[in-house]
Write a protein that binds this ligand. Structure first.
Ligand code: ADP
Ligand code: ASP
Ligand code: MG
Length: 407
């Protein structure tokens, strides 16, 4: 069994002791256990702001060296708390396993886990406590897996060890139709398909990191999301289970998400010639910047085009730098940045076979006077970019419009 505790579950010593109690209860059931811990809540933010306060364009290898320390502390503390309960426990840093990643520092991807050493210790009855979020590159540098990356550490270990289940303890008791902190009428889902969870995660429901869901889906890992505050343990009471079964009875829309950590960049007055998109987005992808929504308009009689796209807000300085470096080739006139935006998405496998889901979304937003700045769709989701000040209103209105409130 792999058990992951998020930041709130290890926020202070009292919580770490409570979490250790859950681990001990699972150990009594005879499970071989791997515990994956996040940093204490707020710690990763604090470490990031330390880097930023030196310079906004910090070296990402050193950023990783700094932010990985949060998890080192909690892994040691958790091992001590488990020993206190009479369990044999040992902490492991990402490099000690090793959890080998690529070199995309600050958002590295795991390439492989060499779990033989770990497996031997588990067989021997030791509880392994892994510092989540961390990896190590082939050349031995510490890497981190992006915000929320401990989820991915946990699911990746569950896959590597062929675990029975991966329990993700967090500060809510499951996955809801939308963020329960925003909409009190949100409904807890007993199950959700990998596919829907993948869209929800990548569209901003931070309850699971996107890559952890990708990995769970690929390796068919039984992932359960549950609350650290309840008394029970994952083997006894149900949180939300990720599955690949589609429940035909379910609503058209399963979830609504919002993401505030995006920024809108408009590149004005590009030459509208073949290849201009590749010239623009190529260098951004070379710089490891993920572009999400893209809107292009060619209204100008002089043959100039504007391209608007969204990127993670933390990457804006890098985007501007990259565009400046390539200005000669791109020949644009101006670059505008807007960080006061939010992306709101509706997600559900039901929309594959039903028309009208988008129309309901557009009508609902229009009725509230909310303007749509960009749209993107997939088979099972529709996303719109709107002014950030309307994000909460939009989520609540859509949640009601699709009849998703608890009964
Ligand atoms: P942890 O520190 O345990 O990893 P996170 O803060 O990363 O926890 O994720 C849990 C949070 O995700 C919840 O507190 C909740 O506000 C948020 N969240 C957003 N969307 C949803 C959703 N659809 N269902 C449940 N929680 C959600
Ligand atoms: N501590 C890291 C973060 O806040 C990783 C995690 O909690 O999953 O992003
Ligand atoms: Mg998280």
């Amino acid at each position: 069994l792999v058990i992951k505790f998020g930041g709130t579950s290890v926020a202070d010593i009292e919580r770490i002791k409570q979490a250790a109690g859950k681990v001990a209860a699972e150990a009594k059931r005879g499970h071989k256990l791997v515990v994956v811990v996040s940093a204490m809540s707020g710690e990763t933010d604090r470490l990031i702001s330390l880097c930023r306060s030196v310079t906004p364009l910090y070296d990402l290898r050193e950023y990783d060296a700094v932010v990985a320390t949060g998890e080192q502390i909690t892994s040691g503390l958790m091992a001590i708390a488990l020993q206190q309960r009479g369990l044999r426990a040992r902490s492991w840093q990402g490099w000690q396993i090793p959890m080998v990643s690529d070199t995309a520092h600050s958002k590295a991807r795991l390439l492989r886990i060499e779990a033989d050493k770990l497996r031997a210790r588990l067989e021997d009855g030791e509880v392994a406590v892994l510092a989540g979020f961390q990896g190590v590159t082939e050349d031995g540098r510490i890497s981190t897996l992006g915000r929320g990356g401990s989820d991915t550490s946990a699911v990746a270990l569950a896959a590597a060890l062929n675990a029975d289940r991966c329990d993700i303890y967090t500060d809510v008791d499951g996955v809801y139709t939308t963020d329960p902190r925003l909409v009190s009428q949100a409904r807890k889902l007993s199950r959700i398909t990998y596919e829907e969870m993948l869209e929800m995660a990548s569209m901003g429901a931070k309850v699971l990191q996107t890559r952890s869901v990708e990995m769970a889906m690929k390796h068919k890992i039984k992932v359960q999301v549950l609350s650290t505050f309840e008394n029970g343990i994952g083997s006894d009471y149900p949180g939300t289970l990720l599955t690949d079964e589609v429940n035909m009875e379910e609503n058209l829309v399963t979830g609504i998400t919002y993401a505030r950590d995006e920024a809108k960049i408009s590149v004005i007055g590009l030459k509208d010639t073949p290849g201009v998109e590749a010239d623009l987005f190529g260098p951004l992808s070379d710089a490891n910047i993920n572009v999400d929504m893209i809107v292009m308009n060619v209204a100008d009689p002089a043959g100039l085009a504007d391209i608007t796209f969204t990127v993670p807000r933390g990457d804006v300085s890098r985007v501007i730098e990259t565009l400046k470096t390539h200005k000669d080739k791109l020949g644009y006139q101006n670059v505008l940045t807007d960080t006061e935006v939010a992306k709101v998405s509706v997600i559900g496998v039901g929309m594959r076979s039903h028309a009208g889901v988008a129309t309901t979304m557009f009508r609902t937003l229009a009725a509230r006077g909310i303007n749509i700045q960009a749209i993107s769709t997939s088979e099972i989701k529709i996303s719109v970019l709107i002014a950030q000040e309307y994000a909460e209103l939009a989520v609540r209105a859509l949640h009601a419009a699709y009849g998703m409130e608890k009964g």
